[in-house]
Design a protein around this ligand. Structure first.
Ligand SMILES: [Mn+2]
Length: 338
């Protein structure tokens, strides 16, 4: 699996070694990037026009898939998650209403602009810095079309950095972030990769894209994770004190005085009993109802969200974690849309 993510890059390194003029490659890459953004731009435009014609919509959740897994330090399966999550959202085993009675088939609640073609871009030798910029641009294209709001389907957790950067830049200031995860993902860099899925929140805090960062569900945190947390003023809620913190976390009020709230849900915030299909099995986590209580009771204007780190290659044969990720998306959509 490791070679899968790096294949395109290696191919282009060989071309560089063969003295192919870099301008030829760069021009071609730019055309592929433009083509990739065009489909997202036009789909977002169409959905925006549709919703504005319907009228009366303040915010409408729009799915944007980012099938990227190569910044994971372990397994790359999250690259295959977005289509599995969509399949589970619309699966006939359950009806199309959210817990509080909103209908997912109503375009005012949920639309979709498809995936950023990550593997195709990497196949053309696009490096990570450019890839992160393309993800940010894609998120901004969604936000360009009022009343669309992005809900990003990961992908490993590295995608939260370009997503939050885009939301903050587009809105013109920092947001508050609610981050549910077993891990703080705040290493300065991990195995030499500053875009690692274990470093996304270091990049976010350095960039000044968040005023408050609340991390909930933590139970695999090193000395560096705690030190980095302190350095950036992160509010780290660890699982061993969850019973004391529960009341506070189930009654959060965020985003006042900033541009709104961004919610990042790593599926491994859940105990593996609820969600075994993740790369990093970490016992002692939140129950699904704990997570829903936190999300459903949260007061704040949610301007963007992501659901990341679902790994279909580790899921049960009946796709249990896919359904869990899908329900997170369904309930987040109900939270965002209004
Ligand atoms: Mn995690």
């Amino acid at each position: 699996m490791r070679s899968f993510g790096k294949r395109g890059i290696h191919y282009f390194q060989r071309l560089n070694d063969a003295n192919i003029p870099s301008q030829i490659i760069e021009n071609g890459q730019n055309r592929v990037v433009e083509a990739s953004l065009t489909l997202i731009r036009e789909r977002a435009k169409l959905k925006g026009e549709l919703l504005r014609a319907l009228g009366g919509v303040i915010a409408s959740t729009t799915l944007l898939g980012v099938p990227l897994g190569h910044n994971s330090s372990f397994l790359q399966g999250p690259a295959f998650a977005p289509p599995r999550i969509r399949e589970a959202i619309w699966c006939d085993s359950t009806n199309s209403t959210t817990e509080q009675g909103k209908d997912l088939h109503d375009p005012r609640l949920l639309t979709d602009v498809g995936d950023v073609p990550i593997q195709e871009l990497r196949d053309c030798g696009i490096n990570d810095e450019k890839l992160m910029a393309i993800i940010s641009d894609s998120v901004k294209l969604v936000m360009e079309e009022d009343p669309l709001r992005p809900l990003i389907l990961g992908g490993d957790h590295s995608i939260s950095f370009p997503a939050v950067r885009a939301v903050s830049e587009k809105l013109g200031g920092p947001v508050d972030i609610l981050h549910l995860d077993a891990h703080p993902d705040i290493y300065h860099s991990f195995e030499g990769n500053k875009y690692s899925h274990a470093s996304s929140f270091a990049r976010i805090m350095e960039g000044g894209y968040a005023r408050r960062l609340l991390q909930v569900g933590l139970r695999s945190i090193t000395k560096e994770g705690r030190e980095q947390g302190k350095k950036f003023g992160v509010e780290q809620h660890e699982m061993h004190t969850f019973s004391e913190d529960r009341h506070q976390l189930e009654n959060l009020k965020l985003g006042q005085g900033v541009k709104g709230v961004y919610i990042s849900v790593d599926v491994d915030c859940l105990d593996p009993a609820f969600a075994p299909g993740v790369s990093h099995i970490e016992p002692g986590g939140l129950s699904f109802r704990d997570v829903l209580n936190i999300l459903q009771n949260l007061q704040g204007n949610v301007v963007g969200a992501d659901v990341v780190e679902f790994n279909p290659q580790r899921d049960t044969v009946d796709g249990m974690t896919g359904m869990v990720a899908a329900k997170l998306v369904r309930e987040l959509s109900a939270k965002i849309s209004k």
